[in-house]
Design a protein around this ligand. Structure first.
Ligand code: PA5
Length: 418
């Protein structure tokens, strides 16, 4: 295995130690030790056989051959995982453009997506576990119609449906029309579906190595399922955020300094908030992309309420090293040989120090490389931390009653004979 893959994700809490009430930590630890999750608690997350994987790769290859742009329809957990990985790793020359839809009720948005498809060869992937989610189903209708108008009978070969229940409307429509279909394991809910066909087909269609992504996920599950907190960075992260939460730091700000990782933060937010926010409990999650967001959040972090902690997800080695332009570097008074990676790291370190001094606890997670393997490992890291977080709060991480009610209410609201 290449040396880059052996390097692990690191967790560092040094920037939070001065804020920790030892009693909060003792109580978090006691809660965990009283009822630790079994090492295999996440084993349902990745459940694949070779035949299924080969089938996904085959469909992805077909999509890559037939399309310049793929419209990916889905909302919430049925879109967030694929988007996190695609936006982090996609290289335009290696696969079709991915266009997201089916996640809102804006006709204006859809109209613009339709306009953007002119002159491109298109495929559509529609994802809904329930098969009945209004945003996705209504958008599916629009794109099905569009594909029929453009490709006639051939549209059938360019539409792919990923759905969980045979009883859902999306699955039924797909069956009737003869579209290629993939299923979703019944035990895996939307926000946990990052290692299932839900995310794997679009990720593979975008030209990203899903075997490496899954290998990272499997390695992550093995490393982070351990019960011994002092040797397990994922457990440490979960215990730290719970202890800080109990002390009144009820907002967690997930920070990246790499724009391509912003949507990974959006997936993290989806995962934690839908899993933990129950019975009046749960951190409020915010995702920030620095340094851009420092131009407003910097004000809050220095002078706003002291109820927030930062979890910085830092990429240790940027894949591309770009030198600064010497004339503008000289205007700022910098060394001419400095590069952008150096600047990013310097500003990151100083910002963490300044925020810590202003009373914002600092957690740091370091991702060794930007590749499919380590993003798989990072996804397993957060999925495991989320299960631990929910267990510490005493809630069921797999349910989402309020979101389910919202979905039912929307369908009810839109019915003509109410
Ligand atoms: O995690 C979840 O369960 C939700 O975020 C769902 O993924 C989201 O509501 C979409 O649901 P569905 O896949 O049924 O269309």
């Amino acid at each position: 295995m290449d040396d880059g893959l052996v390097r692990k994700i690191l967790f560092d809490s040094a920037g939070a130690v001065e804020f920790l009430d030892p009693e909060a930590w003792r109580s978090a630890l006691a809660r965990w030790q009283a009822e630790p999750l079994p090492a295999q608690a996440l084993s349902w997350l990745i459940d694949f056989d070779e035949t299924e994987l080969a089938h996904i790769e085959e469909l992805a290859e077909k999509i890559r051959q037939q399309a310049d742009a793929v419209v990916l329809l889905g909302v919430g957990g049925s879109q967030a995982g694929a988007k996190a990985i695609i936006e982090a790793l996609r290289e335009p020359q290696k696969g079709p453009e991915i266009i997201y839809a089916g996640h809102n009720f804006s006709g204006h948005y859809l109209q613009n997506v339709l306009l953007s498809l002119a002159g491109k060869e298109i495929a559509v992937i529609a994802v809904s576990k329930s098969g009945n989610t209004a945003e996705t189903l209504l958008a599916f209708g629009v794109f099905r119609q569009y594909m029929k108008e453009r490709y006639g009978e051939g549209a059938k070969d360019r539409i792919y449906v990923i759905s969980g229940y045979k009883t859902g409307a999306l699955g039924k429509l797909a069956q009737k029309a003869g579209y290629a279909q993939l299923s979703i394991p019944p035990q895996v809910g939307g926000r946990y579906s990052i290692f299932t066909s839900v995310a794997l087909l679009p990720i593979a269609a975008a030209g990203i190595d899903i075997r490496s992504f899954l290998a990272g996920g499997v390695a992550g599950m093995a490393s982070y399922g351990g019960e011994q907190w002092s040797k397990n960075p994922c457990l440490q992260y979960a215990l730290w955020r719970y202890s800080l939460y109990r002390q009144g730091y009820q907002n967690e700000l997930w920070v990246t300094w790499e724009p391509c990782l912003s949507f990974f933060g959006t997936w993290w937010r989806q995962l934690f908030v839908e899993s933990e926010s129950k019975d009046g409990e749960g951190d409020y999650p915010v995702v920030a992309e620095y340094s851009n967001d420092l131009h407003y959040l910097g004000q809050y972090l220095k002078e706003g309420p002291r109820n927030i902690f930062e979890t910085v997800v830092w990429l240790a080695e940027a894949p591309l090293i770009l030198p600064l332009e010497s004339n503008t570097a000289a205007i700022i008074g910098m060394e001419p040989e400095a590069n952008w990676a150096f600047v990013n790291e310097q500003v990151m370190q100083k910002t963490r120090e300044v925020h810590r001094q202003a009373g914002v606890p600092q957690l740091l997670i370091t991702l060794p490389h930007l590749n499919a393997y380590h993003l798989g490992e990072l996804a397993a890291f957060f999925a495991q931390a989320c299960l631990v977080g929910a267990s510490l709060l005493g809630c069921d991480p797999l349910s989402q009653p309020a979101v389910d009610t919202y979905k039912d209410q929307v369908r009810e609201l839109l019915k003509k004979d109410k």
